[in-house]
Design a protein. Structure first.
Length: 236
């Protein structure tokens, strides 16, 4: 069975789209405004999300010749434009693969896709943040995505702060890059109840040096006791 036989005619059109004529399509860019309008151009809709997620996971397409090698790029961009929260797990897995395979295009564009989807991908993003099998850089990006989602509604703000703080409580087990990203995300959400935890992580030297200096200065850690709040979990 050929790759095209696995998809409906609408989704199948992505296999032949290729780089296209526009410079914006031919090069990778985090500027999603420059991407083709896939729903309008190809007639894609919510009904196609499942097949687009399947296409995104078909790594064999990257080894294809000509236009087929672009199919997964078009698939994840389409999912972003459709705000397909149902494909969150597949998008995060694809980002992890991109990091490990040093795929600069997907590495630059997939975080943009997650930001485009926003609130609809909140729970999948939180699950990804808890998935220790993912590359540490994926966790850093997911923390940033949650910071953006947390600025949309009060309910999502509480949910995202809760998830970010729970991740930072595991600071002794985390990669320092993740702790740095978590601190920045919590600072962006401006939540005083995280100050004690942030100060503990900083005093333990569990984040990048520049972040430590910024967070300690910003929270006034050197001036006195931290505000009440949850603290670091001890090593298991």
């Amino acid at each position: 069975m050929s790759a095209g036989d696995a998809y409906s005619p609408v989704v199948n059109s992505l296999l032949t789209m290729g780089a296209g004529r526009s410079r914006a399509t031919a090069r990778f860019t985090p500027d999603h405004v420059a991407w083709p309008n896939y729903p309008a151009t190809c007639g894609l809709g919510e009904k196609d999300v499942g097949e687009l997620a399947t296409m995104l996971g078909d790594l064999a397409l990257d080894q294809g010749q000509g236009p087929m090698a672009w199919a997964r790029v078009h698939a994840y961009r389409s999912l972003g434009q459709l705000k397909a929260g149902a494909a969150g797990k597949e998008l995060i897995a694809a980002f992890d693969t991109a990091i490990r395979q040093k795929d600069d295009r997907a590495r630059a564009e997939l975080p943009v896709v997650l930001d485009m989807i926003g609130a609809a991908v909140c729970e999948e993003t939180i699950a990804g943040l808890q998935d220790r099998a993912l590359d540490p850089y994926v966790h850093v990006v997911l923390a940033s995505v949650l910071a953006g989602i947390g600025q949309t509604t009060r309910t999502l703000r509480r949910r995202c702060i809760e998830a970010l703080m729970a991740a930072l409580q595991r600071g002794q087990q985390n990669d320092p890059r993740l702790n740095s990203g978590l601190i920045l995300s919590l600072k962006l959400l401006n939540t005083p109840k995280a100050d004690k935890l942030i100060q503990q992580v900083c005093r333990a030297g569990l984040a990048d040096e520049q972040i430590l200096q910024y967070a300690l200065r910003d929270s006034g850690a050197a001036k006195g006791p931290a505000a009440a709040g949850p603290g670091l979990q001890s090593n298991p």
